[in-house]
Ligand binder design. Structure first.
Ligand code: KG4
Ligand code: ZN
Length: 359
């Protein structure tokens, strides 16, 4: 690979179509030239969750117009693209296939190489797109809709899982609790917003595995506790859950958020202590949560630990993180084969069993 090159990145693993252009100049941090995103959330809201078939069809509609948009915004043409990167997994198989198919077709037409990227590596490296980029090594708290992991990260491709959820992810706990409180899918951000006017100590909800001594998480029990508490409130007031007063809903939201955040903060601090590292990187959609950021900043501040986040709009899925992960992988010396356009996707793909993807 030349020292200077441009990467086109395509993300289509779930309900967001993202495309971005990143420029690499030598060993400097790659820079984002442009990115564009189309969120399908509104379309899925009618069903209370992502409908995979609808997601795939919508990615097909969006991906090429978004590609044209990023090229136009960057003042470039397709010919300027040196590598095409796409999310190879994990994610919804049909949705992934759209990005993979388009990426390979574009690369083949251009005669350029193509590179499959791990979605979680995209999240993990997304803070490198912010003005306050981290340095290796660091502890990473990866909190998305599908994953909750603590990792030791020593460099690009050097990821060691320290602990992870044994059932639901933190984002899933936010989303499922939000649904019970009558908030629209995906609910995490809405629950966070509602929680701001509530009392976090109003209801005693479980903090799963808080004192387990290890770095694993469990959030499946929390949603049951939220459901029981919500029904109890409704029964106490003699009304349906849907008719609960706003103040009660806010207290339920604040108590739920407090339970999730306390566990995430405590385990992150334990991971920092166990590894002796002084840097924490938070990535994934739940990393946008204000209360999580407030508590992590406060606790890490007391311990001289630097905390890095992706920019708010790059916490949830986007193409910039995929282009960035590909750019950093290529900078770290991995080779990509030319003219090999047979592709596959990996709907389930553990990050620590991560083989370098060469296609
Ligand atoms: O990383 P992401 O976009 O998708 C996956 O790879 O899963 O994360 C989406 C998750 C959803 O569960 C969403 O509700 C949650 O991130 N989320 C939040 C907030 N913004 C997004 N959860 C809590 N507070 C937020 N502000
Ligand atoms: Zn994601």
């Amino acid at each position: 690979m030349a020292k200077n090159f441009v990467v086109l990145g395509i993300e289509s693993s779930c309900d967001e179509t993202g495309v971005a252009l990143v420029r690499v100049a030598g060993q400097n941090l790659p820079t984002l030239l442009s990115h564009a995103l189309y969120s399908q959330i509104e379309m899925h809201q009618a069903y209370g969750g992502v409908v995979p078939e609808l997601a795939s069809r919508d990615h097909i509609r969006r991906v090429l117009p978004l590609t044209q948009e990023v090229l136009r915004d960057a003042g470039e043409t397709l010919q300027a693209v040196d590598v095409v990167a796409f999310t190879r997994g994990p994610g919804l198989a049909g949705a992934l296939l759209v990005g993979a198919g388009v990426a390979c077709a574009l690369a083949a037409a251009l005669g350029k190489p193509v590179l499959g990227v791990h979605h979680l590596e995209g999240h993990l490296l997304s803070p490198f797109l912010s003005a306050d980029a981290p340095q290796f090594p660091f502890v990473a708290l990866l909190v998305s809709g599908g994953h909750t992991q603590l990792m030791r990260v020593d460099g690009v491709g050097q990821y060691q899982i320290l602990g992870e959820t044994i059932d639901d992810a933190a984002g899933e706990a936010f989303d499922k609790s939000a649904k019970m409180l009558g908030l629209p899918y995906p609910g995490g951000a809405a629950l966070g917003h509602l929680a701001e006017s509530g009392n976090p100590a109003a209801f005693k909800l479980p903090r799963p595995l808080l004192h387990s001594g290890d770095l694993d998480f469990s959030f499946a029990g929390l949603k049951t506790a939220v459901m029981v508490q919500t029904k109890k409130c409704a029964a106490g007031l003699g009304c349906e859950v849907q008719a609960l007063p706003q103040a009660v809903l806010a207290d339920l939201a604040a108590s739920t958020q407090a339970a999730i955040v306390e566990v995430l903060v405590k385990k992150s601090l334990t991971a920092l202590q166990q590894t002796g590292l002084k840097r924490l990187v938070v990535a994934g959609g739940v990393g946008a949560n204000r209360e999580l950021r407030r508590q992590l900043n406060a606790e890490c501040g007391k311990r001289q630990v630097r905390v890095h986040y992706p920019e708010l709009h790059l916490c949830t899925d986007n193409g910039a993180m995929i282009a960035m992960a590909a750019a950093m992988r290529l900078q770290s010396g991995i080779q990509v084969a030319n003219a090999v356009y047979a592709f596959d996707v990996k709907p389930r793909w553990p990050l620590d069993a991560f083989d370098l993807v060469r296609m």
